[in-house]
Design a binder for this molecule. Structure first.
Ligand code: PLP
Length: 372
């Protein structure tokens, strides 16, 4: 299922990843996977269609979206005590982040985030008139690290992306505890995006931030690990009472309501998708090794501890600030552009390796050919 992928069929499918790659170009940019939908998710969606598509109604918990309980169960499994009534369902993780920033911060407030950073979050901070306090990721021979002291009393909120996109770091307990102590001391709201956490490789362990700081707002979705980005569904555990109170003041449906199909799919993924996920992770772990072994010499990178994203340091190749432009023109491979990730992104490109070994092999071959 994971290794038998036909590029022509992928190009005809509906996703942005292949649709936005010009003819002849192999896409390895936006963060979704080329893998087909997990069988339990497919079955749940098909079964739901048999009942038609009337307004959502949840007979197992009338009026209450069942994702609240399913997510609470999943969090409990990771050691976080979750009251399902503190879980809110949004259409997408970016929307959830924007809602929380809107409710809990003001224009002019300072928001900290590790940089380089997931581009839509950078754009969100600017567009909402908040000020970025960068916590720069620092490249060391043993991997990416950071100075937690960059989070300080001037910050109103921290957007933590753990595992981190684009570096692939799965932050350690010590790193997270340092941030939690500062957040606690200065009453800084922590919004912890853990969307990539199900894609953590052995021996690394994902540590939910809420296990260290119970007033955390945790955001996640099945969209990354189960490849459901087209469905638009995310969940937020609102551990901070101020955010819950502010949300309760809003008119119902002010921020929209998710579709019944996306809820059914997410429930199936989280309740019945673990076998599929284990296989997907095995394929990704193999691909991660292929990237390590086959990148052109002159490109440096630290193998990601989680995610299917490799953050490529191309500075030694002298390809300018935006090596992805070079790889597109000379290699016919579409990577994500480093400078889009903000401070620290110049000279880098991000490679998405969630595809078959064969397609990834061709991508890597093209990267090598393009710099010969
Ligand atoms: C760290 C991170 N957060 C959020 C998202 C997007 O999630 P959604 O599509 O649910 O808004 C992505 C997608 O790449 C991501 O990498």
């Amino acid at each position: 299922m994971f290794d038998d992928l036909d590029p022509e069929a992928l190009r005809r499918a509906s996703g942005a990843k292949w649709a936005k790659a010009p003819a002849g170009v192999l896409p390895a940019w936006v963060a979704d996977m080329d893998f087909p939908v997990a069988p339990p998710v497919r079955a749940a969606v098909q079964e739901h269609l048999e009942f038609g598509l009337g307004y959502p109604y949840w007979d197992d918990a009338p009026g209450l979206n069942p994702l609240r309980e399913v997510f609470a169960e999943r969090m409990r499994g990771q050691g976080v005590a979750v009251d399902p009534s503190h879980v809110h369902v949004f259409t997408e993780l970016i929307q959830a982040l924007q809602v929380v920033l809107h409710l809990a911060t003001e224009p002019g407030d300072t928001v900290a985030m590790h940089t380089p950073a997931y581009p839509p979050f950078l754009k969100t901070i600017t567009a909402m008139g908040r000020r970025l306090q960068p916590i720069p990721m620092v490249d060391t021979p043993s991997g990416w690290t950071f100075d937690p002291g960059r989070l300080n009393e001037s910050c109103k909120a921290l957007i933590l992306v753990n595992p981190h996109n684009p570096t692939g770091r799965s932050f350690t307990r010590d790193e997270l505890t340092a941030l939690a102590e500062i957040a606690h001391r200065h009453d800084i709201l922590v919004i912890s995006d853990e969307i990539h956490s199900d894609l953590t490789y052995e021996p690394h362990r994902h540590i939910p931030f809420a296990t260290l700081h119970d007033r955390t707002v945790t955001l996640t979705s099945a969209s990354k690990a189960f490849n459901l980005a087209g469905l638009r569904c995310s969940v937020a555990h609102l551990g901070e009472p101020r955010v819950r109170a502010a949300l309760a003041e809003m008119p119902p449906q002010f921020f929209g309501e998710v579709s019944s199909l996306s809820v059914k799919a997410t429930v199936a993924a989280w309740r019945e998708g673990d076998a599929w996920l284990a296989e997907a992770r095995e394929t990704l772990a193999r691909n991660r090794e292929l990237v390590k072994d086959s990148l052109p010499s002159g490109i440096a990178h630290h193998s990601p501890e989680a995610t299917y994203l490799a953050w490529l340091d191309c500075r030694a190749l002298d390809l300018g600030d935006d090596p992805a432009a070079h790889f597109l023109e000379h290699g016919k491979v579409k990577l994500s552009h480093g400078p889009d990730f903000g401070p620290g992104g110049e000279g880098f490109a991000r490679l998405n390796f969630a595809t078959s070994g064969q397609i990834l092999g061709e991508v890597l071959q093209r990267l090598n050919d393009s710099i010969r």
